[in-house]
Design a protein around this ligand. Structure first.
Ligand code: BG6
Length: 483
C-alpha cells in the first residue's frame, strides 16, 4: 500500500500528568502508533512530567509497559517500542511549587514546535498555564492542550477561559473532545458535505426526527467520586453528544477551516431551545451484591444520573419541527453509539393494501463496527404479490475499505493536529461556554426540584421506563440497543 502518512514538523511535547491513567491508556500508545508509521521520528521529544521522582529510564520503562498493555493488539513490536522510548525524556515538576521548572525549560529547544499537554485535573490548568508563562517556557507560538472537564458550569468555564487567555491566545488553546477525533465523526462531515445525495433532504421537510445514542456497557466503577459530581449530563451530553448534535445539525461551512466549522457549530448551540423537565428522563442503574450505581459512587443518597434521555429542538429554519432525541447511559445492554436520521414516510402509498411502507433511516454507526446503513423499503422477493419489506444498504468501513488498516484511536489524530496547528477538531472557548449556557438551566431545573430522584433501571437493559415514555408520547420508538 502507498503510504498516506504526512510527516509532521519536529516537536517538543511536554506531557503533564505523564504517569496518569489517561496518559498510559491513550496518549502515549497513540503517540507510539504514529511514531511507528513514521509520522514523526526521533528528532522529536516527548517530555514526561509529573510529581513522581522518576528518572528517564524509569519513565521509559513505564511507557514501554503502557504500550504493551494498551497499544493496539497485534501492532506492537518490541523493536518499535525500543525505538520509540528513545524519544522520551522525563522531568519531575511540581505544578504548585517552583521545583523542576527551570530544568524543564533547559530541556526545550528553540527551533521546534512546542506543545504542552495538560493531562491533569482541571484545578491545575490555571496554575500550570501561569507558570509556563512566568518562566518563559511558553512562547507565542506554543500550543496548550486541555482535557475535559472544561468547567463544571458556565461560570467556571468562563473563569477558566479567562485564566488561560491571560497567557495564551485562543489560537494556541486546544480543548480536546475526543469524540471529534473519532473517524466516523469526521465521516459525518464527509457524508454530508462531500455527497450531493443527502444535503437536499437534510431538513425538517424530509427528516421526521433524529436519534443520537451513546450507550455504554461499563459502569462508573473506579471513577465514582468524579462521576457523582458530574452525572451523564455533564460527563457526556454537554460535550460529546453536543458535538454530535452540532455536526448533524449545522449548516455547511463555506470552507473546511477551523473557524468556519466552529462558527457553524456555535450557531447550532445558540439555536437550541431550553429543555423543560418533562422532556428529560434521568436514570440510575441498580444492582445486586454491591454493584449498583450508589455502591460505585460511594454515596448512598446520590441523585446523580447515570442515564439521561432528552428531546431537544433546534429552533432555526432548517430544523424547526424536527426533534433531536439524545440518550446516553452507563451499564446498558451493549456499547453502541450511533446517529440515526429518520426520514419522513413517503407522502402517498401507491401499493394499496401493502403494509410496510416506511420512511428511510440513515444510521451513522460510531462504534462498534463503524459504518453507515440506509434502511430502505423493497419488494419482498418471491411469490405472494406486491409485498413490501425492509432491507439495509449496509457499509461497514472495515469491510469496504480494508486497506485503511487498523482502527485509529481518536487521540492519534488529535495529537498530530496539535502539532500541525490545526484547530478544526477542537472546541473553541465560545463554543464551550455556549454549551454550558444551554446545559446549566437544565441541571438547575432538577437541582431545584430537590435533586429529582432518577428512575432506577436494570443493568444490561436499555435504560429506564421514562425514556421509553418520552418517545411513546410522540408516537415514536427508540432504536433498540444491542440487537
Ligand atoms: C469520557 C467520559 O469523556 O468518554 C466517560 O468521561 C466515557 O465517562 C467516555 O466512558 C466514553 O468514550 P468512548 O470513546 O469510549 O465512547
Amino acid at each position: 500500500m502507498v503510504s498516506r502518512v504526512i510527516p509532521v514538523e519536529s516537536f517538543d511535547l511536554v506531557l503533564f500528568g505523564a504517569t496518569g491513567d489517561l496518559a498510559r491508556r491513550k496518549i502515549l500508545p497513540s503517540l507510539f502508533h504514529r511514531f511507528q508509521i513514521g509520522q514523526f521520528d526521533d528528532s522529536s521529544r516527548i517530555i514526561g512530567s509529573s510529581r513522581s521522582k522518576l528518572d528517564r529510564a524509569g519513565f521509559q520503562s513505564l511507557v514501554a509497559d503502557a504500550i504493551r498493555e494498551f497499544g493496539q493488539a497485534g501492532e506492537v513490536s518490541e523493536g518499535d517500542i525500543s525505538a520509540f522510548v528513545e524519544t522520551l525524556d522525563y522531568v519531575a515538576v511540581d505544578a504548585r511549587g517552583d521545583a523542576g521548572w527551570s530544568e524543564l525549560k533547559a530541556h526545550l529547544r528553540d527551533d521546534r514546535v512546542r506543545a504542552f499537554y495538560l493531562s491533569v485535573g482541571p484545578s491545575l490548568f490555571p496554575e500550570i498555564a501561569e507558570r509556563l508563562s512566568a518562566t518563559g517556557i511558553a512562547t507565542v507560538e506554543s500550543r496548550i492542550v486541555l482535557e475535559k472537564p472544561f468547567g463544571h458550569d458556565l461560570a467556571s468555564a468562563k473563569a477558566l477561559n479567562s485564566a488561560l487567555r491571560k497567557h495564551f491566545s485562543e489560537s494556541q488553546i486546544y480543548r480536546i473532545d475526543h469524540y471529534l477525533g473519532k473517524e466516523t465523526v469526521q465521516n459525518l462531515m464527509a457524508l454530508r458535505f462531500a455527497n450531493s445525495l443527502f444535503e437536499p433532504l437534510w431538513n425538517s421537510t424530509h427528516v421526521d426526527h433524529v436519534q443520537i445514542t451513546v450507550a455504554e456497557s461499563i459502569g462508573v466503577e473506579g471513577r465514582g467520586e468524579y462521576y457523582d459530581r458530574s452525572g451523564a449530563m455533564r460527563d457526556m451530553v454537554q460535550n460529546h453528544l453536543m458535538q454530535l448534535l452540532c455536526l448533524t445539525a449545522m449548516e455547511p461551512p463555506a470552507r473546511f477551516t477551523p473557524n468556519s466549522v466552529r462558527d457553524e457549530k456555535v450557531k447550532v448551540i445558540e439555536a437550541l431551545e431550553p429543555v423543560t423537565q418533562e422532556n428529560i428522563a434521568r436514570g440510575q442503574y441498580r444492582g445486586k451484591n454491591g454493584d449498583s450505581y450508589l455502591d460505585h459512587a460511594g454515596n448512598p443518597a446520590s441523585t446523580t444520573e447515570s442515564f439521561i434521555a432528552m428531546k431537544v429542538q433546534v429552533a432555526n429554519w432548517r430544523w424547526s419541527g424536527t426533534p433531536f432525541y439524545l440518550r446516553t447511559g452507563k451499564c446498558l445492554r451493549q456499547r453502541e453509539s450511533e446517529i440515526a436520521v429518520h426520514f419522513r414516510d413517503p407522502p402517498h402509498n401507491i401499493f394499496a393494501g401493502a403494509a410496510g411502507v416506511h420512511g428511510n433511516v440513515l444510521v451513522i454507526r460510531l462504534q462498534p463496527d463503524e459504518g453507515i446503513t440506509l434502511r430502505t423499503t423493497i419488494k419482498d422477493p418471491g411469490p405472494g404479490g406486491m409485498r413490501l419489506t425492509s432491507a439495509n444498504l449496509d457499509m461497514t468501513f472495515a469491510d469496504s475499505l480494508p486497506e485503511a488498516g487498523r482502527p485509529q484511536d481518536a487521540y492519534e489524530r488529535l495529537i498530530m493536529d496539535v502539532i500541525r496547528g490545526n484547530q478544526t477538531l477542537f472546541m473553541r472557548g465560545d463554543e464551550v461556554e455556549a454549551a454550558w449556557a444551554w446545559a446549566d438551566p437544565i441541571i438547575e431545573g432538577w437541582a431545584h426540584s430537590g435533586g429529582a430522584q432518577p428512575q432506577l433501571y436494570d443493568q444490561g437493559s436499555s435504560g429506564p421506563e421514562d425514556a421509553l415514555l418520552l418517545m411513546h408520547r410522540d408516537h415514536r420508538r427508540w432504536r433498540s440497543i444491542g440487537d
